[in-house]
Ligand binder design. Structure first.
Ligand code: CUA
Length: 198
């Protein structure tokens, strides 16, 4: 008896627990819709993150904003860390980026780390989905594969002072062979070098 009282809430205790939870049909339908929306969003976010490569910029780690910019590899050119894999550590400061130019071969995947030693900045590479908020002392990180040659300007997207509009740089994605690096053993199919220089 007492158990049934507990489970039925405000029943009168007549010992007739025939009604299960009385859920209004409308309410039940809205519950199904709510669950459906949550499941749909979960699936869409999973597709975006896993299949389409959409990333949410995350704080990768913290650094000391007073000193980090003085130590390698911050501010240095992009380093090759694997086959077609590059890393670059960008310092965003009033009012310029270090490095202001990032050169990589086409089809490279670049992991970009950015931090600021002074105030809040932004880092957005045009024609890509790379767009980060840069907070002093926090390292923002995103990865992007540049599969088309060309120049991709990057700009500061958060107002940081009088020369905010002058804060920009450029990613130069160059064709294989256009670089002066040691060419791999000749693949016969390749066209001779065009000698195109900028
Ligand atoms: Cu840096 Cu705006």
């Amino acid at each position: 008896m007492s158990e049934s009282d507990m489970s039925e809430g405000d029943m009168n205790g007549d010992g007739a627990p025939k009604k299960t939870m009385g859920v209004d049909p409308y309410e039940r339908n809205w519950m199904y819709i709510s669950i459906g929306v949550i499941v749909a969003f979960f699936v869409l976010i999973s597709i975006a993150g896993l299949a389409l490569g959409i990333q949410v910029p995350t704080e990768e780690r913290r650094v000391d904003p007073r000193t980090f910019a003085d130590s390698a590899p911050w501010g240095e050119p992009a380093q090759e860390v694997g086959d077609g894999e590059y890393e670059v550590y960008v310092v965003a400061r009033t009012f310029y980026f270090e490095p202001a130019s990032i050169e990589i071969p086409v089809d490279s995947t670049v992991t970009i780390y950015v931090s600021s030693p002074d105030v809040q900045h932004g880092f957005r590479i045009q024609d890509t989905n790379v767009n980060m908020q840069i907070v002093p002392g926090e390292v923002s990180k995103l990865k992007y594969t540049f599969d088309r040659p060309g120049e991709y300007p990057y700009i500061c997207t958060e107002y940081c002072g009088l020369a905010h509009a002058a804060m920009f740089g450029v990613v130069k994605v160059v064709e294989e062979g256009a670089e002066a690096e040691e060419a791999e053993e000749g693949e016969g199919a390749e066209e001779g070098e065009e000698g195109e220089d900028e």
